[in-house]
Design a binder for this molecule. Sequence first.
Ligand SMILES: [Zn+2]
Length: 223
Amino acid sequence: MQNSSESETAWVDWFLSLKGNDFFCAVDEDYIVDRFNLTGLNTEVGHFRLAYELITDSLSEHLDADLWNAVEKSARHLYGLIHARFVLTTRGLLLVGEMMRAKQFGTCPRTLCNGQAVLPISLTDTPGSKSVRIYCPRCQDIYNPSSKRYSVVDGAYFTTSLPHLVMQQCPDLLPAPASERYVPKIFGFKVHSIAKMHRKQDEFKQLHCDHIMSQQFKSNLGN
Ligand SMILES: [Zn+2]
């Protein structure tokens, strides 16, 4: 169940229940019906009016199958664009923070981050460019989500700024930076130590060879 104190529309409930859509938070209905919050989106979404009516469960027109599919696709895109705006509001940041607290976005795959809760992030704010990624505030790195189901979720619906703004809004969620670092070892030796040891061995061998050669040279001169 997504975090929201507001009741959601049936379409939004259905959308949030789809596979891979569990990264989305439930945008407050009050936010969606305030047309000011949707300024400019009519130029970015085809069939805007019908898509908006579908999202708000107010679509009364009968649509043929082709138009229905197009409107349904537009409604998903419209909800994603509204979501991108909503999550950056104070209310949205708090909701996303609560979802992080409940580890709804999963945990960092890096072993030394010890199950740190992650947040969704995008590599770009341009819709239709990159799928959603996850950001770990401990190692401050980004990863592909563990499940392929997120590979079709547009990252732009989560923005490039979300994790950092959530950390500012909910500073108690900010973990201590990762202090443990993996040290590569081979048979228990640090890799660079082995390389250093091998270099020393090579130098010693070379010195030994040089010494033998010079001894032989001196001995030949003496003969
Ligand atoms: Zn991490």
